[in-house]
Every structure is written in structure tokens, then in C-alpha cells.
Design a protein. Sequence first.
Length: 515
Amino acid sequence: MPPRLIAAGRSDTGRTRSNNEDRVLVDLPKGLFLVVDGMGGQAAGERAAEVAARIIAMRLARQTGDAEKRVREAFALASTEIYDLAAQQPELKGMACVATLALIEGDRVVVGHVGDSRLYLLEPASIRKVTSDHSPVGELEDAGKLSEEDAMRHPRRSQVYRDLGSAPHAPDDPDFVEVHSFVLPDCSALLLCSDGLTDQVPAQQIRRIVEHHAADPNAAALALIEAANDAGGKDNVSAILVETAQYAGISEKRKVRTSANFGWLWFLAGLLVATALFGILRPYIEQTSSGNKLNLGTVRRPHTWSVGPGGISSIEEALEKASTGDTISVAPGEYHEALHLRSGVSLVSLEVYGAKIIAPGVAVIGDSVHDARFSGFEILGPGEIGIQLVNSDVELTNLKVTGMSKAGVEIDGGKSSLQGSTIEANGGTGVYVHGLTSANIDHNVIRNNGHGSEPLPGLFVGGSATPHLWANVIAGNGKEQVWISPFFNQGTLLKDNEIAPASKRGELSVKVVTR
């Protein structure tokens, strides 16, 4: 994966559904991004989406054949597997799903698509739908016979004539997989989304939201979901944003906008009054994902601090200078310093794994830190703990942690998240979650940890912790792959994650421990 990309994905049940049949997969190191929208109702739709996500990811993990061939084979395998499962289990009859995939290798994007989920290519002030909607209404819209607004309101909007699961397929079947291949422009972003977004939010509003949150794909995905829910939230809604570094630089977070559209009569009649009120109240308009909001008081624009050549020399110095809402952008290089995260501050490596943190003891600490983000760094040993969060709310994304003797990542309490990261080759536990926490642990690779003086698992859920674990790959660790406390409801743990057998024959992959 070229280090110039940042990415994040989110999914939400919406306002009217009781369950979420969408699935998203964000694997930045492999350049794999996938949105799946299940059909068939309740458990059947969810099962179809889960099967598709698992089969597609497994096929693309094998580097055999060119990218387009692998994408076609992945979709065909998924469709056949769903069809076969439905045939074997009557309660799953009719289950299927639609899916949109982007596979990025080098500077080239290969898109695989079936159904009415979508992929958009965004460039500054531009948004273009790359995929076609495989639906009667979508065809009319793509042909210009229906306006976007009319298509969004059409009663047959949700009908599709291509899917994964209603029939077995071969990779080269005609009228099955829609494939595109193109070079990713230097200043661009990809948006993959389910129809829960595009049935509620017009394309130009989508573009404005994404540009407003440029450099923060996680915030963009959340804002898109918020906009869809504000518009009614009639369906599950999912969004994945993939941005180049150049696109991240176009951020349009202009928090202050003066009102320039007063008529001349108002201007002439109210100049003195307006001047006095502005001086006293200092009003300003804040642009949010759900519209404009009028605030009063002094405005401070969010600031971006640069660390590296031509900027601040140390990350800790930048953290001391930064305020809530600021971003610290760190150039590639080695930084021999322990970091103390701050509330409201985003700390981002300019290139994924480009900025490397090397520190004894605990390399990155967050103690009662909230609304912070730490993204794109590589944390190298020798050290004791790579990242330690205590009673914090921090987004950890696109990280790599190796060489720690006690734990790669420790989350003690709070509501932090760990997504799209690789935690490997740590002598201690890969990820240790404990305390009163409901952390999200999603789309991570946790492998080859726990091979120190005492064999330990890759993931240890201790105490009363109740993390959400989904789409993680856990393999090759020193003892059982996962340890859980008796208080943890393992429920769908094995179904929702790829957990390899234990390292020794006869041992379980998951073990309940009391320590």
C-alpha cells in the first residue's frame, strides 16, 4: 500500500431499522475496502453480508492472478457460497447482498461492484459516480431520464437485478460483476457507500461534507451517517472514505463565514446597528454536517502544526502548543520520545507508518483523554507497552506496534477504538483490554504476539471489559489466540472474527481465564 493514503469506515443501523445488515471492511495495509449491504431480512441479510465480506477478503488475501481476475473470482465465490448456504438452511432462503469493492495496488484502483451500493471518485469541487446502479431506477437515473431527486423518491428505488447469492456464479459470467480499473489521481478521495446514504443525501451535499472533513476520513464517515439519519435514516447506512495526502490538504473547515448577501437597503439602513451588535456579540456561523449553526463569541480557527523538517522539532513540543480542534501532522522519520496524548487533538503521521515512535517504557500514553485521534504511526521496541489508554476516548487507526515486552496496546476503561491496525511480534500480549470499557476493536491484524518468556495470547479481554470485536484477524500467538474473562459474553466472537487455532495441537483458540 502506498503510504500516501488515509482511510476510515463506519456503519450505522439508521433511525427505522432494528438491525444492521450492512458490513464494512477497511484494510489499509492490503489496500482493500469493501461495503456490503445484506438483503433477505433480519438474520438472513446479516448472514449474507457477513459471508460475502469473509469470502471476498479471504480470496483477495491470496496474491494469485492479476487484480481484476482476483476481484471477479472473489465475487463469484461469495455468491456461490451464499447460494449454497441458503439451499442448505430453509430459514435463510432468499438471502443475498450487494457489494462494492475497491482494491488499491500501487497507484491503481480496481473496482468490483454488484448491485446498488456505490463508489464515488472525489476531486476538489468535484464528485463522480464510478459504478452503475444495477436497478431499474438506477438505469433511468444514469441515462438522464430521472433526476437524482426523483430517483431518490422513487417507490422502486430499492429493487436490484444483480446481487450476490440469488444464484451461483463463475468469475466470467456476463452481466454479473462490474469491474473498473483506473489510476488514482494524486489529489482525490474514494467514497464507498450503501444506498442508505445515497437514498437520503444528494451527491453535492455528500461532496461538501467530505471536503469539509478532508484529512479526517473517520469524521467524514460519521458526518455522512449523521446527514442520512437527519434526512430520515430509513435504512442502514455505511460509508468508507479513502483519501490521498494531497486531498487531505484541501480541508474546507472554514468555521467563520461572514454574511455577504445582505441587500443594499439593509446594508445602508442597518450599518450602524449591525456594527454595534457585531462588536458586542461577535456572532459567527459554524458549518456542521447537518447545516449552519449560529454561535456567539470569539472564534479560534483550528490549527495544523507540522513536526519535522521546516516545522517543530519534537512531537511533544507540538502537543504542548496544540489546543482543542488542532491537528499535528508528523513527517516521516524516527522520533525518540514518549508521547502524552491531549484531549481534542488529532496526532497524524503524514505517511502511514512513516513516522516511527521509539521509546522505553510506555511509548504513547493517554490518561483521561477525550475526543483525540492517533493515526498512521509505527511504534517500535524495545519497550514495555506501545500504547496505554486509561479512562480515555481516543481513536487509534492505521497503526503498527511491534517489539513490546508487556503489551502492544493496553486499553483500561473508557470508550476508545482500535481500527485498521497491525499489532504483531510483541513479546507480551498483543492487545490487552480491561476495566470498565466498551472499546471498539475492529479490522485489526493481531499476530505473532506472546512469544516472550511466558506464552501469552494475542488478545486478552480481562475483568469487566465488554469490547466490540469484529473483523479482526488473530493468529500465530504464543498461547491461545484469545483469553477472555468469565464476565465476557463471547457470543459471536468466533463468527465475527478470523481466529486461527492455538499454536499447540489440542489447545483451544479461545480460553476463559480468571486472572
